[in-house]
Design a protein around this ligand. Structure first.
Ligand SMILES: Nc1nc2c(c(=O)[nH]1)N[C@H]1C(S)=C(S)[C@@H](COP(=O)(O)OP(=O)(O)OC[C@H]3O[C@@H](n4cnc5c(=O)[nH]c(N)nc54)[C@H](O)[C@@H]3O)O[C@H]1N2
Ligand SMILES: Nc1nc2c(c(=O)[nH]1)N[C@H]1C(S)=C(S)[C@@H](COP(=O)(O)OP(=O)(O)OC[C@H]3O[C@@H](n4cnc5c(=O)[nH]c(N)nc54)[C@H](O)[C@@H]3O)O[C@H]1N2
Ligand code: SF4
Ligand SMILES: [Mo]
Length: 755
């Protein structure tokens, strides 16, 4: 992303008169009988945040549709977006603040008023600080849209032990690799220039199952335009079903394939020499480095024929910068994830596609003023929640703040909080006790590996506060539970979206009043903050006032933006290198050298490989299969399984097993089995899917099922959870990414269940 200053923004805006004005032309406000109206917002069933229009009749939400004017939905929504209604009206929702009356994990609660629950929580959190040496003794984990203000509160509180699962268990390795190589993160909306791409290679990256609205539209658009597609996946994914080539790679060997592709492109001199001379450093070192990684060498490792490896490399190179290998998002696979992603980015650089048509564009962020708060104690350390990439710098903490407990600097170099290591610290009390936890919008028993250790960590706490919308299992372990509203019942922060042609800002407001005795996340964060003595970080009285202050910087107000829900800033767009060079501006590769760093001096100086190497991953023992997992297009993570509409489309997950393996093991299609991992951890019962669409050395399931709480009626014991089988992970020494593909399972025929 490109961040603009206020001065740059106004300079650009005056050049394009009227670009700031809100276009109200398309929104008909016709009211049907009894209708209360239609409001703009943006979806929060996943973080793609598509613009929506919500129709309310007699105070009840009856329909959610995509906003045609919104570049992230273009008038369309996925199934989850439409089923937001059933998140709002889910009868299982948390309805009142609850205070525990039993032991942690017993699930016994009494109802409380907001005042009592907040006073009690603040008192407990302050006591943790007093007893255990300061704010570092409380960890803050936040994800989702509520994360914004809880992240703000966490930063104001001043604990470096704050983060969200989207770093170490998701994109961390990718973002760090991209920053090391291009000096910029990939960012949320995948800046691939789909409309000009002619050759696409997907590695993992199961687009179509992993469903991001406009990304799927753009991907299909590219195929409709005639782009060729190669999919590298041990499983015949939905994307593979659309591909010209399916390369069923042996799991864990992608770096070998990427190195062999580089070998072919370099040895046959098919790279973009001019581009590399001008914009990159370290090509000669790479040339020497990959000379030994021949297609024949890679064929033995990857189990993809050498001829196919050569053919795809030549095809790719034929299209030059119109060929692209988009990174996947969930890269925490094997513990060598940053190097694998570096290999992928370097291969893209050889094609000369970064900042060029058909490759990656520079995604410019729209401009709107940030709210000016007093500086937080940890501003320099990037304290706060959320997730994402994390910086490349070492953490600069004030003298009186203890460092993170997750081992940054010792176990890994860069990036945001590594939660699994946080839970290890909580469970062991080392390097220092962390005795308080605030979790908002993060599923501790479905997103974090080694759940038994997470539970042990929770038992060690003095105080655990949870802010959620559903009585998920981990929620029912908290000492205090605060019921958030859903996104349809609350204001949200302005969403500033980097985009190729139309950077824009979207707006969220409550479409109906909060149901039950729930309160919006921003209100909860503010009330808690005030009770923790952090009033100065919440100077505004209500969220409208906060939003108006920010919008004022654009000459707008809540009253105006709600008419359209979106402000577009096309004048900010600068997608290609040529857009910089034609203006005599520096191309923004923000690395120390100002160029694409094929060879990384930073890694070398840290004693790590400056160029990516292939490292062998552990093989499954005899009788075991590598456990792979992914997404269903109709569910988000572990949070939508109790949604009435979505559970009708997909009620349980299945375990995919190769037909020959099934025959050998006597497994029948549709029968229920349990899985047991290398450490003896067992899953709930799960249906067998016998298929030719997967290799014989691995099995596959969709993440997010296997909930063991009767409080979530529709999802109780439906399918099995991958996390129950992920008792170990491999830590990436660069980004702290926690590779989960290192767990192996075998089939247990009698079925079974574990908690
Ligand atoms: N509907 C829906 N969409 C989602 C989400 C959701 O919950 N629901 N979650 C979103 C989030 S946060 C993320 S991070 C993304 C995740 O989506 P992706 O980034 O696409 O995730 P991956 O792990 O790359 O994709 C899993 C694929 O990788 C394959 N795979 C497994 N091991 C290997 C290997 O060793 N090599 C290769 N080449 N392939 C392998 C699997 O068979 C599977 O097809 O999805 C996002 N989109
Ligand atoms: N085993 C395994 N682990 C994984 C993954 C995997 O595929 N397999 N995927 C990894 C990836 S890619 C990611 S991004 C992370 C995702 O990790 P999480 O963000 O922990 O994912 P969810 O399972 O969606 O949990 C979200 C929680 O937020 C709650 N929630 C939903 N809406 C709201 C709201 O409006 N307000 C509040 N306060 N709470 C809300 C839900 O009830 C749920 O408890 O998990 C990672 N961990
Ligand atoms: S992709 Fe689907 S779930 Fe995600 S924001 Fe868009 S409509 Fe909502
Ligand atoms: Mo993710």
């Amino acid at each position: 992303m490109i961040d603009f200053t206020r001065r740059e923004f106004f300079k650009l805006s005056t050049a394009t008169v009227g670009a700031l004005s809100i276009d109200c032309s398309t929104f008909g406000r016709k009211k049907a009988k009894g209708e209360t109206g239609t409001k703009y917002s943006f979806c929060d069933m996943c973080y793609w945040h598509c613009g929506i229009k919500v129709k309310v009749v007699n105070g009840r939400v009856v329909k959610i549709t995509g906003d045609e004017n919104d570049p992230l939905s273009r008038g369309k929504l996925c199934a989850r977006g439409q089923a937001g209604i059933q998140q709002l009206y889910n009868p299982d929702r948390l309805k009142k603040p609850l205070i525990s009356t039993g032991k942690r994990g017993e699930g016994k609660y009494r109802e409380a008023s907001w005042k009592e629950a907040l006073d009690y929580s603040a008192e407990k959190l302050l006591k943790v600080s007093e007893k255990w040496g300061g704010p570092e003794a409380t960890a803050w984990l936040c994800h989702c849209s509520c994360g914004g203000l809880f992240g703000h509160l966490a930063a104001a509180w001043g604990s470096p032990n704050s983060g969200g699962p989207a770093h170490a268990l998701c994109i961390g390795g990718r973002e760090i690799a991209s920053k090391l190589t291009f000096g910029r993160p990939v960012g949320e909306h995948m800046p691939v220039d789909w409309e000009n791409a002619r050759f696409i290679v997907l590695i993992g990256n199961h687009i179509g199952e992993n469903s991001h609205n406009t990304l799927m539209q753009d991907f299909i658009g590219a195929l409709d335009n005639g782009a060729k597609l190669a999919v590298v996946d041990p499983r015949f994914s939905t994307a593979a079903s659309k591909a010209d080539w399916w390369l069923p790679i042996k799991p864990g060997t992608d770096t070998a394939l990427l190195l062999a592709w580089m070998n072919v492109i370099i040895s046959e001199e098919r790279y973009d020499k001019e581009y590399l001379d001008k914009y990159a450093i370290g090509f000669e070192e790479l040339k020497n480095h990959v000379s030994e990684y021949t297609p024949e060498w890679a064929a033995k490792i990857t189990e993809i024929e050498a001829g196919t490896i050569v053919q795809i490399a030549r095809e790719m190179a034929k299209y030059g910068h119109h060929a692209v290998i988009p990174p996947n998002r969930h890269v925490s696979w094997y513990g060598n994830d940053t190097q694998r992603m570096r290999a992928l980015f370097i291969l893209n650089a050889l094609l000369g596609n970064y900042g060029r048509e058909g490759g990656f564009y520079f995604a410019a962020k729209p401009w709107v003023m940030e709210y000016e708060y007093p500086p937080s104690k940890l501003a320099s350390a990037g304290g706060g929640c959320g997730g994402g990439g994390g910086g490349l710098g070492s953490e600069v903490l004030p003298d009186n703040v203890r460092p993170r407990v997750d081992g940054k600097g010792e176990k890994f170099l860069y990036g945001g909080l590594v939660e699994p290591e946080l839970f290890k610290a909580m469970a062991t009390g080392k390097p220092y006790p962390v005795k308080g936890l605030v979790a908002a919008g993060t599923n501790l028993f479905h997103s974090m590996p080694n759940v038994p250790r997470v539970k042990k960590a929770l038992k060690n706490l003095d105080f655990y506060l949870c802010v959620d919308i559903l009585p998920q299992e981990h929620v029912m372990w908290a000492d205090v539970i605060l019921p958030d509203t859903t996104y349809l019942e609350r204001y949200g922060d302005l969403h500033a979206v980097p985009h190729k042609t139309t950077p824009f800002i979207s707006f969220r407001e409550p479409v109906i009043k909060p149901l039950y005795d729930t309160k919006p996340g921003w209100w909860i964060a503010r009330e808690l903050g005030k009770r923790l003595g952090l009033d100065e970080y919440f100077p505004w009285e209500n969220y409208e006032e906060y939003l108006n202050t920010r919008l004022d910087s654009l000459g707008l107000s809540v009253e105006e933006i709600r008419k359209k829900g979106i402000v577009k800033q096309p004048q900010m767009s600068k997608p290609y290198i040529k857009d910089y060079e034609s203006k005599g501006e520096v191309v923004p590769f923000k690395t120390p050298s100002g160029k694409i760093e094929i060879y990384s001096k930073r890694l070398k100086e840290a004693g790590l490989d400056p160029l990516p190497k292939y490292e062998k991953v552990e093989e499954p023992p005899d009788g075991y299969f590598r456990l792979l997992y992914g997404r269903s297009p109709v569910h988000s993570f572990s949070r939508t399984q109790s949604n009435r509409w979505l559970s009708k489309i997909m009620r349980e997950n299945e375990v995919w097993v190769n037909a020959k393996v099934a025959k050998k093991l006597g497994l029948r299609h549709g029968e229920y089995v349990a899985l047991e991992n290398q450490d003896g951890a067992k899953s709930n019962k799960i249906k067998v899917k016998v298929t030719e669409r997967i290799r014989s050395d691995c099995v596959y399931m969709v993440h997010g099922f296997g909930h063991n709480t009767p409080k979530l009626k529709r999802q109780h014991r439906k399918g099995a959870s991958d996390i129950a089988l992920q008792t170990r992970y491999k830590l990436d020494p660069i980004s702290g990414s926690c590779g989960l593909h290192v767990n192996f399972v075998k089939f247990v025929k009698s079925g079974g269940r574990v908690s």
